[in-house]
Write a protein that binds this ligand. Structure first.
Ligand code: HEM
Length: 536
């Protein structure tokens, strides 16, 4: 008769320690042994957190699974439940055990500042790995050492001069197209979803300033790219909320099986094509131009405008270590990070103005005081005069910051303000901007829309880190200036041309949260043409 491998192991055991066991017993002992090893490993992993964790409160946690039971809910229930958890345990720092990993939720501006400005809290948390399939190791996801080099290299691309000379002309051109498109809705008494128009304007501005691709001329490839960005973000969100899809191998099988692999390929198709084209053009001596101002020569204006892709190619020519793959991922990063956040903020802002006619009138009066009855175009100088409008979109970002969470993993112990606690290395710090923005001690009447929260006097009274829609510190949003310029031009031009109306109230807004927090009901408004006169 043939011997099984269990019998062989059993014989070896008997011959060495004179202890006879059956095959089944052997399996049983092996399982017990493995479980013990696992438990010891878990204990060793958690021991370094326990002293600190004992000092702070948090939802119930159980061995091995931690507080994971709190998260087994539908996305809608989860949003509500997380808000309740924050209200129960915040604003003091509190803990959540994700299995055996410790996370600390920080709400107070002083604690947030300590984390966001610490050189030991620059690493992104594990969850960001979910993004890598789409944006590789671009700026958002890059590990610290790689990120430092990239950030140093890319920061100059977002300087004020580039905003003015490179990106502003495109922003203006695309906003004019937006106004033409919105004109189709004038006279329509049925509300339409403002986001659909804003999303086209923001995306075509981004594709043109990032890869030099004019979406309004070649729409098919552009629509494919937009769909793939949106779909890729949804797929990443599914993964982020489904920890069983975290292991790379399982996720790649899942993507192959469901056909989602093609979405990520499509996301890269156009950037890869544009990189090739730009390289060929440069070889042939066709370098893009910077249009200095509106009086620039017609010939120059007809030429190709310098875009973000050209800046990256120039950096490479100047000796920076950038492969085509790196450039592709940086471009995909800019397209995906800039698109939804800007679209959602502008749409929310216009919806809030439609809900609050008095504030809309004030915004319009300010625009009127700068432009009067003239058809004068937007310039950087005149949009900088729209200070109340900026208060309005800051208040929008306070109420509805698009990024639901900012996650950092500590590379060394970091001391925070609350309790002078030292948060141990390896802990994940969770910062939810909305949590901080909705604290009544920071913003009285925190549930209402009040742009005066951002008057210079009120800003001066608050801690700098009580407003963090763009995160903060060295790893805060690199596109803040770009987003601010783009949003100001769109908002000013829309309000200058149309008055906005809606039946929706602020208390009706329900949020849908995945990678971004957006209005679950869309942004329903009607518009009427403005007669160019002050409202008062
Ligand atoms: C209203 C508009 C925007 C908001 C609210 C916003 C918000 C944020 C936030 C919260 C972060 C930190 C993310 C984290 O640590 O998890 C971030 C990072 C980033 N944002 Fe934005 N963003 C906006 C627009 C833009 C635009 C228009 C661009 C590009 C043109 C952009 C490019 C980036 C990049 C590349 C990063 C990563 C920075 C780094 O890790 O060094 N963002 N943004």
């Amino acid at each position: 008769m043939m011997e099984t491998s269990q019998d062989v192991y059993s014989e070896i055991l008997y011959s060495t320690v004179k202890f006879r066991v059956t095959g089944t017993q052997l399996i049983f002992y092996a399982v017990i042994f493995l479980v013990l090893v696992l438990l010891i490993k878990i204990k060793l992993n958690t021991i370094r957190y326990e002293k600190f964790a004992a000092k702070i409160s948090g939802p119930p946690a159980y061995p091995i699974i931690g507080s994971l039971l709190e998260f087994i809910r539908t996305p809608k229930e989860l949003t509500k439940h997380l808000t309740e958890i924050c209200e129960t345990y915040g604003p003091e720092p509190f803990k959540i055990w994700f299995g055996c990993s410790l996370a600390v939720i920080l709400t107070k501006p002083e604690d947030i500042q300590a984390i966001l400005t610490s050189p030991n809290a620059l690493e992104k948390a594990y969850m960001y790995k979910c993004l890598k399939v789409g944006v590789g190791e671009g700026l958002v996801t890059a590990p610290v050492e790689k990120w430092k080099k990239q950030r140093r290299m890319l920061t100059p691309a977002f300087c004020s001069d580039n905003m003015k000379k490179l990106f502003f002309p495109t922003v203006k051109e695309k906003t004019d197209i937006l106004i033409k498109n919105l004109n189709k809705e004038v006279g329509n008494t049925q509300p339409f979803n403002m986001l659909e128009y804003i999303s086209d304007a923001v995306f075509s501005t981004l594709t043109q300033t990032t890869i030099g691709f004019n979406l309004d001329v070649v729409s098919k490839q552009g629509t494919d790219l937009k769909q793939s960005v949106l779909k890729a973000m949804q797929l990443v969100a599914v993964r982020a909320y489904s920890p069983w899809l975290y292991p790379e191998i399982i996720y790649s099988i899942y993507c192959k099986f469901t056909g989602y692999e093609s979405v990520f390929k499509q996301l890269h198709t156009l950037p890869v094509y544009m990189i090739r084209k730009a390289k060929e053009q440069r070889k042939m001596g066709d370098k893009p131009v910077i249009v200095n101002d509106d009086n620039d020569s017609v010939e120059n204006k007809k030429k190709r405008l310098k875009v973000f892709l050209d800046i990256l190619l120039e950096l490479r020519e100047a000796g920076e270590n950038l492969t085509d793959e790196d450039i592709k991922y940086q471009l995909a990063t800019i397209l995906s990070t800039g698109y939804e956040s800007t679209t959602i903020t502008v749409s929310f802002c216009l919806l809030l103005l439609a809900m609050h006619q008095d504030i809309q009138d004030k915004v319009y009066d300010e625009i009127y005081s700068v432009f009067g009855d003239s058809d004068e175009e937007c310039t950087i100088d005149n949009i900088n005069k729209l200070v109340y409008l900026k208060q309005v979109f800051r208040e929008t970002l306070r109420l509805f910051p698009p990024a639901p969470v900012i996650l950092r993993e500590l590379q060394s112990d970091v001391q925070i303000f609350s309790g002078n606690y030292m948060i141990p290395k390896g802990t994940t710090c969770i910062i939810a901007p909305m949590n901080t923005h909705h604290r009544p001690e920071l913003y009285p009447n925190h549930r209402s829309f009040n742009p005066d929260n951002f008057s210079p006097e009120n800003i001066a009274k608050r801690h700098k880190y009580s407003f963090i829609p763009f995160s903060g510190g060295p790893r805060g949003c690199i596109g803040e200036k770009y987003a601010t310029m783009n949003m100001t031009v769109i908002l000013a031009t829309v309000v200058r041309n149309f008055s906005l109306h809606t039946d929706m109230k602020l208390s009706d807004v329900k949020l849908k949260i995945d990678l971004a927090a957006r209005s679950a009901q869309g942004y329903p408004v009607t518009i009427r043409p403005r007669n160019r006169r002050k409202t008062t």
